[in-house]
Every structure is written in C-alpha cells, then in structure tokens.
Design a binder for this molecule. Structure first.
Ligand SMILES: *[C@@H]1O[C@H](CO)[C@@H](O)[C@H](O)[C@H]1NC(C)=O
Ligand SMILES: *[C@@H]1O[C@H](CO)[C@@H](O)[C@H](O)[C@H]1NC(C)=O
Ligand SMILES: CC(=O)N[C@H]1CO[C@H](CO)[C@@H](O)[C@@H]1O
Length: 886
C-alpha cells in the first residue's frame, strides 16, 4: 500500500481526532502485527473492506492501513490426516472460505515436509492436481528421511500453524499461521514469524544496512536494469530469496524460497517476514546452522558450491566503458605500468565491439587489438571481454554469422506463439533477438560462437552483462498483449509496477516455459553455458562475471554489484552487497571501484581504491563520458598509495586464494561480517562498515569524505595492527576505538590465533606466484595460532578434483611452529620457498631460534618493541617446517 506522506499524516491526525474514519473500535491490536491486505497501490477503505480486511490509519511509517484481521476470511485449514512419507510427512489443506484476494484460488493444496539432512529441511506447498512451474535447480537429497534431525516440523495450535523448531533450544524458527496462506494461480503468499530482528540477506536490491530494518520494508525480487537513476530499494539484476536470521541465543538459521517468479518480501517489526510471489510453488528450504558459517556451508551444499576462481582473477582488474580507442587504452595501460601498480586483468567493455555487435571487434577504433592483447598476455596479464545477450537481426544476410547460425538453429526466445522470435532493441544496430539459454541448442550455438571468436580476439574470461535480460523497450515489438501473464492481478512492488519494462513480455516463450516463470533465470541459465564455453575455448579454468544471478549462480560465475555511482554512500553500500553475496554463495564479488556513473573525485576514488583493494573481486570500472579514474591518472601520489595498498592485497593473495579453496570445498564465505565470527556479541550484528577476509583479517576503510580516522569496533579477541604488528590495546576490546587513517592508509588488523600465508608481491600474479612465501603468525592470548595454505598452478581445470594441489596446515603452540603437508600433489610447488616468518604477540624477546633442529643465526631474525619477531629463512615450501622459539 503506497500513499504520499502528506496524506498519511493528515489521515493519522483525523483518526486521532476521534475516529472520524469510523474505525476506532477496530484499531485495537499492535500495529507491528499488521500484515498488508492491499499490497498493490491504490488502497482505500472501501477497497480494503470489500476484501474483508481491516482499515485503520496509523502514523507508524510504512505500516499498512489495510490489514488482515484476526478473523480474516482467508487462508487454509487442515483437510485430512497427516500422512507419513519416506522422507517426512504430508497433509492436505483446504481453503477456509470462498472469498478470494486475486482470483483463481487453488484448493486443496498439499503441505509436504522432507527431512532432507540433519540440518536441512524442505517444505513445499503445491497443487496436487496440476503441475506448476518449478525452478530446475537440482538439489540432491537422500530418498529417506534424515535420522536425528536437528529440527522438528509440526502443525501446532490446533493445527492452525505450521511450525519448525530447533530441537536443541526449542527456538521456533518458522511459524506460519495457515490463515495467512494464499495459493492462487497467480498469487501465493505466506507469512512467518522470525525469532529475532537480526535478519540478513534477500537480493538483489541496494541495501542501506547489512542487518535489515524490519520497519515494514518491502523488497521486490525481479531482475531489471537501472541506469543513471536512483530508486531506493528497487529490484536490481539478480534474485536471491534467501535470508539468514540470528536467534536470541546466537544460533543462526537460513531460509530459501526456491521460486523464480516476480516476487516481493515484506519485513515487519513483529518480527515477521511475508513472501508474495506470482507463480510457481512455495518451495522452502531451512538450514539449521547453528553458526552463520554453517548456514552458508549448508546452503551452498544444497545449491552448489562456489567455483574455484583462477589465481589471476584475484589480481587487480581495470576496465572502463568508453576508452573509445586503442590509443586511449594503451595510454591507460602504460601509465599503470609506469607507476608499477599491481595489475593483472584488462577488461574490454562494449566499445571494443564493432557497432556493439557480439563476437566482433572494432577494426577502426581498435585496430590492432588482437596483437595488443597478445602483447599484454606476454607481460603475464589476462583479458576479459564483454558479451551481451542480444544479437542484431538486421545485418545483411550472410554477413553476421552469430545471427545467421542462431536463426538456423532456432535458439532465440520466441513470442507467445512459440515460433517467431521476440524482437527488441538494445545496443546493436537495428533490432535484436535474445538467445534463450534455457535451450540446450542455444548453449551449443553460444559455445561455437565463443570458440570461433577466440581465434579472432584472444580472451581469458567472459563478462556477461545486460542479462536480466535488458531491452531498451517495454516488451518486444509490437508491445505486450493484454492477458493474464502480461497483466497479472498482482504485480510485486517492482519498479514502475511493470513486468515488461526494459525487458521482454512475460508471455514470451523460452525452452523451460513462459518468460513469466523464467525471467529471473535468464542470467543464471547463461552462466553455466558461458562457463563451459570459456573453459573449452581457453583450456583453462573459466572466468565468468555475470550481472544477473540467481540461486546457485556462484557455481559457475562471479558478480559485480552493477552500475553504482561515484558517491560516498555507494562505497559504503558496496560492503553490504559484498557481505550479502557471500551469503548467497557468490563470494567472487566486488563493486566498481571509484564508482561507475558520475565523475569521481580524487579523495573518493583514493579511498575507494583502498577499500576495493580488499574486494574479493577487485576492479576499477567507469562509464562512458566520465572523467578517467584509473589509479594512475591522478598523479604520482595517488598512484603510490594505490600501489602500496594493492601490494598488500597481492602479498595476502595466498591467504585469499586459500579462503576461496575453503569456499569451493566447504562452502565458507570469503569476505564475512564481524557478526559471522563474533555472533554472540550483539554489537557486531549491525556492523557493516568493516569486514573480514575469512576469520582473521579485518578491513576498516574510511567511508567519509574528509575523515582522517575511523572508529573501529574490536570484538573480543587479540588484534594486531597490520602495519606495525602492535597489539591493539586491551581497552579497545568490545569498544569502538578511533584509529588514525591519513589519506595514505586504510586501517587493517590481524586477529590473534591465526596464521596467514603471504607471498612477496609483484606487478602481476604471474610474477608474484614465483616469489618466496612468508607466514604471518598472529598469536592469541594463549600464544597459539593456526592456518593453512592451498596452492596449485592457479588456472588448470579441476586441480582439486584431480588432486593436483598442495595443502599445508600450520600450527603454532608453546613456541613451536609446525607445518603439516596434507597434500603434496602439485610439482610446481617444489621450486617455491619460504623466506620470511613473522610472529606477532610474543611475550618476550627470544634468545634462540631453531629451524628443523638447527639454530638460526642472530642476524637472520629481528625483534621489535612491538613484540614482533621476523625470521629470514630459506626453506622449501614442500618440506615440513619445525621452528622453535626459545
Ligand atoms: C522458437 O522458435 C523456433 C522457430 O522459429 C523453434 O525452432 C524453437 O524451438 C522455438 N523455441 C521455443 C523455446 O519455443
Ligand atoms: C564529468 O567530467 C567530464 C570530463 O571532464 C565532463 O565532460 C562531464 O560533463 C562531467 N560530468 C558531470 C556530470 O559533471
Ligand atoms: C543501481 C545500482 O546498480 N546500484 C549499485 C551501486 O553500487 C552499490 C555498491 O557500490 C550497489 O550496492 C548498488 O546495487
């Protein structure tokens, strides 16, 4: 329900003046319990009462004025006995009354519960009499109910509520009144109480905080393109109907609604969550945790673990839309090299193409591009090309093979007739058709095109943009027909309340079904074929960067947060987005450093380079027409600071790469919030201005113009200043401390108890990978620490599956560092060495140090007053180390 604030206040005043709305007696009941009964615009008392709901003004911001009453004439009730199944149980539900909110109600519906694993429960509400659309994401589950599940699922309160409990604590994780359930052909709604207001996740929208506001906030989930325009909370490129909730006792659980229809979700202060979707079924998965990391591990176990990124892709990336010519590109690259700024990857945005056509390059403005790319590759760099999911149909027949072949193979999204291609307008000249990647034939065509293009212009990775899919029109030509799919009775609160705006008509036909059901899957369905095509074309580990994502996209691709703006608040929000995509199982994530739209400023860009140096995916990218913003364009001082910060990134890449290994194998997050590690400290729940790499490395960037210090919260742990090795004063613990951050510095801290592998940095990872390794051993209060290192050749396919890797585990205890080699399957590690061991937090100056039993000479170690010991050694990586400190 939307109305202007003015009207809202006026009505609230009138209501206060003695119930002139005549509803005073119905205004009892806590406002925070209200569930919107008129979620579409245009609510009025008349419309509200006509649907059997209560109308009552309130001055509580965003609270619905039209809401379901206690005796709401809606919902379902038990329609039979609970029937046991191999995997759990099932029960029939019948509609309680004949009144309908949006027509075509379905009754009976089945509520079916599957005890999939000890920590994963699935429950579904579906129509037993007709097959409705279901997301084709395969989630493995055993054929029988899990033993000793950590949850209970039951019908409670006289079978009026569906409830899920955590067995160990009795906490109710899910509690849905059946009277609040709607299941009609094009409107499905369910509400659940959540056990706390520490709720995270849902995407993709731009969020103002990582921990959600529960003040009647509604987010729409439906992939759309936005440009040059800011609409708060608007639905953006991807769809992730997943949230995590931290319970009062710090246990955490996660919930996925596996549904790809346009939908929205409302968070209310009760606290409760209401899901509304306009198709498919209600297919929920609940993950029991109990730690936030466990939740993400269990979630990615179900939807697919994140892919293992190539090592080079963890280097710094540079991009811009609108270099305009190869000369400008070369000048940019040259100045990056002039200042020796670490830099691995150059991206080519749409202006490299001939007239914006996929699989071509501009032979005039980018004459010599293939040769230039080879030159960069010889320097150890890599390049990524953009491809868009629209193909012009208006070139001379026989002159543009991508269209001709695709047309011959019938790979386009079709109109509702199922045989003529949907034609829209996008970047290429003339009009365009849209490849339907849900069709296996399209994957064949796409792979063929990618393979052929590799011979024209070499590339190491593919960036897939505009795959919401974006279209510059509202629907394809000649506009969308009036029918149920194009004009559903309820349109979720998406931008302009139009499903077809800037995309295709919902009644378009894709291989998997109507675009109405598959719209959210477009980018997702393009990601796996592009991954396989890139892998085939390069013979190496695939790099795919996708703008549109869905549940499970992380298995084949990474993501960037889209077309942000060069503004300080966008810089802050990028941290939120990065933390959220780590929850979504897409840890390869970053935002456009320095901002995409608008001109950046020196200070903003500098601070953003510092923060962006610690994005899992670190890329500076800019839009056409804006001032240049690569880190070499602002002069020597800026370049020097960017270089220094990126060199810190590069030196810690072995640690970051090991985190990605953990993510790929166990499903851990890479960048994580303080809340993940210090869940029982309530203060961490709301922190999104600082974040961690894994458990051990804290990044606390400057996010305000003019600031020369940062207020950093230090949870209970030992912390060391990364730069000096000084232990953070104990008075700072469980407190905010003001930490100096002059323009040339981003505050960084290491957590005691951890060992971080490092490697001397270089101008590319190709070079740095050959450098000696070090270990930073940050001791905790007991003088202990542990860590690990994963290493392989960095870009071969399936090195983990093929056991072609090196894995070492480090433990430090009682003055003794030991490495244990768990896997020694990568021969390339044989020539690598450790040359530096740093120990932070020693109690006293050591009087002797031995390495594998032999004394290290005094000039090979130094001890600083900060209690930091540095040892210079030369020891092979593939031999076990034993260092003793006396
Ligand atoms: C689209 O139409 C073409 C014929 O133009 C046909 O070959 C193809 O199978 C159709 N695809 C879908 C998903 O309807
Ligand atoms: C950004 O800078 C460019 C180049 O200096 C200038 O042409 C353009 O007008 C600026 N844009 C804005 C929005 O100020
Ligand atoms: C419209 C848009 O894409 N906004 C993005 C701008 O950048 C922030 C972070 O930098 C993202 O969170 C937004 O989604």
């Amino acid at each position: 329900m939307k109305r202007s604030k003015g009207l809202c206040i006026l009505a609230a005043v009138l209501a206060a003046l003695g119930g002139c709305l005549g509803q005073a007696e119905q205004c009892t009941g806590a406002v925070q319990k209200r569930i919107d009964c008129h979620p579409q615009p245009g609510a009025s008392q008349e419309a509200c009462e006509a649907r059997g709901c209560t109308w009552c003004a309130t001055d509580v911001a965003n609270a619905p004025w039209c809401f379901f009453s206690e005796d709401s004439p809606y919902g379902y009730s038990l329609g039979g006995n609970t029937e046991l199944t191999a995997k759990g149980w099932r029960v029939m539900l019948n509609k309680r009354h004949t009144l309908s909110l949006f027509g075509n109600d379905i009754s009976p519906v089945v509520l079916e519960v599957e005890f999939q694993t000890r920590d994963r429960l699935r429950f579904r509400l579906y129509d037993p009499n007709s097959q409705r659309f279901e997301v084709p994401l395969h989630i493995d589950s055993p054929g029988v109910a899990a033993d000793e599940a950590n949850y209970e699922a039951e019908l409670a309160e006289g079978s009026s509520h569906f409830r899920i409990k955590r067995k160990s604590t009795g906490t109710v994780l899910w509690n849905s009144p059946l009277v609040d359930l709607f299941f009609s052909n094009q409107y499905l709604q369910i509400t659940t109480a959540v056990p706390s207001t520490s709720v995270y996740g849902f995407g993709e929208q731009e969020h103002q905080s990582f921990k959600h506001s529960m003040d009647f906030i509604t987010y729409a989930l439906c992939p759309k393109l936005y440009h040059q325009r800011e609409v708060p909370l608007v639905n953006l490129y991807g769809v992730h109907p997943f949230y995590m909730c931290v319970e009062a006792d710090s246990n955490a659980h996660g919930v996925l609604l596996l549904n790809s229809n346009a939908q929205d979700v409302s968070l209310s202060p009760d606290p409760s969550v209401t899901f509304r979707t306009i198709g498919g079924i209600l297919d929920f998965y609940v993950f029991l945790g109990p730690t936030p990391e466990n939740v993400v591990q269990q979630y990615t176990e179900a939807i697919g673990r994140p892919h293992m990124p190539a090592y080079w892709s963890l280097g710094f990336h540079l991009s811009r839309w609108g270099y305009g010519s190869i000369d400008v590109l070369k000048e940019t690259v040259n100045r990056m090299h002039y200042y020796d700024i670490p830099y691995d990857v150059q991206h080519l945005d749409i202006d490299y193409m001939e007239r914006h056509m996929d699989f071509t390059y501009d032979k005039v403005n980018y004459a010599g591009l293939p040769e230039y790319v080879q030159k960069l590759k010889r320097k150890g760099m890599h390049n990524v090309v953009i491809l868009d999911p629209f193909i012009t149909k208006d070139e001379e027949p026989g002159t543009y093979r991508p269209y001709d072949l695709g047309e011959e193979m019938g790979v386009w999204v079709n109109n509702s007739d199922g045989v003529t291609p949907a034609v829209g307008k996008a970047w290429p000249p003339g009009d365009s058709v849209f490849p339907d990647y849900t069709n296996p034939r399209t994957a064949e065509w796409w792979t063929q095109m990618c393979l052929e293009f590799k011979d024209v212009l070499d590339y190491d990775g593919i960036w897939i943009d505009m795959n919401e899919p974006s279209n510059f029109l509202t629907g394809q030509y000649p506009g969308c027909a009036v029918n149920n799919l194009n004009n559903p009775p309820y349109v979720p609160s998406i931008s302009d309340h139009s499903l077809a705006q800037k995309t295709l008509c919902p009644d378009s036909k894709t291989y998997l079904g109507e675009h109405y059901n598959t719209h959210s899957l477009f980018g997702w369905s393009q990601t796996a074929p592009t991954f396989h095509a890139a892998q085939q074309a390069t013979g190496k580990r695939a790099f795919v960067l996708s703008r549109s994502t869905f549940v499970g996209s992380g298995k084949h691709g990474g993501h960037w947060l889209g077309d942000n703006f060069s503004q300080w608040k966008d810089m802050h929000r990028s941290i939120i987005g990065i933390l959220e995509f780590n929850l979504f199982g897409i840890p390869y994530i970053g935002a456009d450093i320095c901002g995409f739209n608008y001109n950046t400023t020196y200070e903003l860009c500098l601070r953003w380079m510092q923060l962006g140096s610690f994005y899992p995916f670190s890329r500076n990218h800019n839009a056409e027409g804006n001032k240049e913003q690569d880190p070499a364009v602002f002069g020597a001082e800026f370049a020097k600071i960017s270089r220094a910060t990126l060199r810190i990134r590069y030196s810690l890449l072995p640690y970051l790469y090991t985190l990605f290994y953990e993510s790929h194998v166990h499903g851990n997050t890479v960048a994580r919030s303080l809340m993940h590690e210090f869940t029982s400290d309530q203060e961490t729940h709301g922190i999104d201005t600082a974040f961690l790499w894994g458990p051990a490395f804290m990044i606390a960037p400057v996010l305000q113009e003019g600031a020369r210090s940062v207020d950093v919260y230090f949870p209970e742990a030992t912390w060391f200043d990364y730069y000096t090795g000084h232990k953070v004063p104990s008075t700072w613990k469980k407190n905010y401390a003001t930490v100096a951050a002059p323009l040339n510095k981003i505050p960084l801290f290491i957590r005691g108890g951890y060992i971080l592998p490092e490697q001397a940095p270089a101008s590319t990872t190709t070079k740095s990978r050959l450098n000696p390794f070090g270990l930073i051993i940050a001791l905790d209060e007991h003088g202990e620490a542990s860590g690990s290192l994963f290493w392989d050749d960095g870009d071969s396919i399936d090195t983990i599956e093929n056991e072609n890797y090196f894995l070492a585990k480090y433990t430090y205890s009682k003055g003794n560092l030991k490495t244990e080699i768990l896997k020694n399957g990568y021969r390339g590690a044989d020539t690598l060495k450790y040359n530096k061991i740093t120990i932070l937090g020693l109690k006293q100056r050591p009087h002797a140090v031995t390495l594998n039993g032999r004394t290290i000479r005094g000039n090979a170690f130094s001890y600083e007053l900060s209690r930091k010991l540095t040892l210079w050694i030369s020891a092979p990586l593939t031999q076990e180390l034993n260092i003793r400190i006396y």
